[in-house]
Write a protein that binds this ligand. Structure first.
Ligand code: 0X9
Ligand code: ZN
Length: 311
């Protein structure tokens, strides 16, 4: 079987998604569909799974989008999105909140948004962050996808115009194919929530990342996020810091969270920075994968419940 306590290569993650979709469609109450929403610069599939209940509740389902692996070296991110896929599709622990979640929401998950960088971090440079595009006029490789989104794109604001930097923003807004794929998928799709999983630092962040100013509906985002961080603390005593990206972390324009809220019209947009607090940083040991995933599950389910009750 599949061991969630290990880190997997990209192809193995895609294979797991296929397996889950087949299993879900044999089970009575849940279904899943697979979709390749695009292709990375080096030709890898950007594969999405939609998990939804087949029980007719009489009301149209709302929609939540979750992605991982925008940054190559943050291996806990694809691992945790993969874990959520398993939990939602099989609900192995018979968790009541998962049935409730699926009665209300269709969940769209893509574990690896930057597969070229992810693979490179396995095969060559463990601390790789960006994608693997070649930059014209430079020998340095890659663009930071989380500086490349087209809402308030600005390399001078927490990014870089230098292709040799880890936070290189690219030649222009959405210059990267992986960015374009996400932009096209989210635009006009009517998602209620967008959650992008990163590491590390244990933060639950909401927009904006380009300014210290706050969105007009910040009280709603903060309250729903508070339910998430409280549930994480209740689950395993870990503390997450909740706040706007610029105010509790740093300013960085061109993030996917700001795009989701500012341009794609997604009200509840968050970046989650998972474990740890810096002891291992990006090199989170495999022994911490399942604890990190379980507390994410607890936090996410509490958040989704709080968000639903606000609407
Ligand atoms: O800097 C980032 O892209 C994120 N932190 S990470 O260590 N995973 O690289 C934080 C992004 C927060 N959101 C925005 N600045 N929009
Ligand atoms: Zn990141």
């Amino acid at each position: 079987g599949h061991d969630h306590g290990r880190y997997y290569r990209h192809q193995a993650i895609l294979d797991f998604m296929t397996l889950v979709a087949n299993d879900a469609n044999k089970s009575p109450n849940v279904a899943a569909t697979l979709e390749t929403i695009g292709t990375s610069g080096q030709g890898r599939s950007l594969k999405l799974i939609k998990i939804f209940s087949t029980v007719n509740t009489g009301t149209p389902k709302r929609k939540i989008f979750i992605d991982g692996g925008i940054h190559a070296r943050e291996w806990i991110s694809p691992a945790s999105v993969k874990y959520l896929i398993e939990q939602f599709a099989y609900n192995p622990g018979n968790i009541a909140d998962i049935y409730t979640l699926l009665a209300r929401y269709e969940i769209y998950l893509i574990p690896v948004m930057n597969p070229d960088g992810y693979e490179f971090s396995h095969t060559n440079t463990r601390m790789w962050r960006k994608n693997r595009r070649t930059n014209t006029g430079s020998t340095c490789i890659g663009v930071d996808l989380n500086r490349n989104f087209p809402y308030q794109w600005n390399p001078a604001n927490g990014g870089s115009t230098n292709p040799c930097q880890d936070t290189y923003s690219g030649t222009g807004p959405a210059s990267e194919v992986e960015t374009q794929v996400l932009v096209n998928y989210l635009t006009g799709a009517g998602f209620d929530a967008y959650i992008t999983i990163h590491s590390y630092g244990q933060y639950w962040l909401y927009p904006w990342g380009f300014t210290t100013a706050l969105p007009a509906d910040v009280a709603d985002l903060h309250a729903a996020g508070q339910a998430g961080v409280d549930a994480i603390q209740d689950y395993g005593r870990l503390r997450y810091t909740l706040g706007s990206s610029t105010n509790v972390l740093y300013a960085a324009a061109g993030g996917s969270d700001d795009f989701a809220k500012g341009m794609a019209g997604v009200k509840y947009s968050y970046t989650l920075e998972l474990r740890d607090n810096g002891r291992y940083g990006f090199l989170l040991p495999e022994s911490e994968i399942i604890p990190a995933c379980e507390e994410l599950r607890a936090g996410f389910l509490a958040f989704a419940n709080a968000m639903y009750n606000q609407q």
